[in-house]
Design a protein around this ligand. Sequence first.
Ligand code: GLU
Length: 315
Amino acid sequence: MDIREGKRQDLTPWGEVLSEVEAEVRPRLGEAGAVATYIPALARVPARQFGIALATCDGVEAGAGDADLPFSIQSISKVFTLALAMRALGSRLWERIGREPSGNPFNSLVQLETEKGVPRNPFINAGAIAVADRLVSAFADPKAEILALMSGLCGEPIAFDEEVARSEADTGYRNVALANFMKGFGKLDNDVATVLDVYFHQCALRMSCRQLARAAGFLCRDGRHPRGQDALLSERQARRINALMLTCGTYDAAGEFAFSIGLPCKSGVGGGIIAVVPDRLSLCVWSPALDATGNSLLGRAALEAFAAKTGLSVF
Ligand code: GLU
């Protein structure tokens, strides 16, 4: 059902759950938090928006609120580029990237210095830039590969927002520093500008909650493609991505997310958060205003409400 058309209520059982979650958090829109302002395209996104969608492992989809409005997925893209790199490189990927929470800001340079250019995990910026470097080595056209993956997962065309990609490049001084730092340690194989062009574009993917919930389906289906039985990843690889999402997916709030929600999640500064209930469903929430940890304030509240209502958790 197209939720946008007349905002019809989704009366399926999952649709009702999501509508209840929406009813619980929507009154809090505008109450607190602030949209990301480091680039104009994000700074002008109206804060008072909320969407939520889910896709079950057996193909049922549901949504509520602004579930079909596309937004800038930002760091959520790190999950999908990691999947591409794991598929292309297998365990060789881990020669240059760790698997520990960083306990530092997502764009911190400090740890990278003491750890000699090896990022703590693939979800901090340095780690995602290192993953982008691997993609540049593995594919003739890594940006086309990313679009093909996302479009294939969603079953509809997905595109980069070129304005966002340009702004990321114009203002990405810290990311330029991180990439040069890793290059200085001999940990990037490719030209810094080429690697960052991939990273800035992946951040600029535009997708809706419904599309992201569907795309993340391989994570609740033991690595199987959400539309078919083909393996995108092995079961073990999919589990490992879920483990990284749980421990490192929500900036410095991963402990709190595990404590209060109990699901692997990955957030982005565009206000989206994806979450996975292994063997059951994948979901995505979006509300642009962020809390002090850089996670969507109402997105987080909605996931807490969803977990409380359904009792779904990995624990
Ligand atoms: N484009 C942002 C950056 O690289 C992504 C931040 C995020 O969503 O965590 O700084």
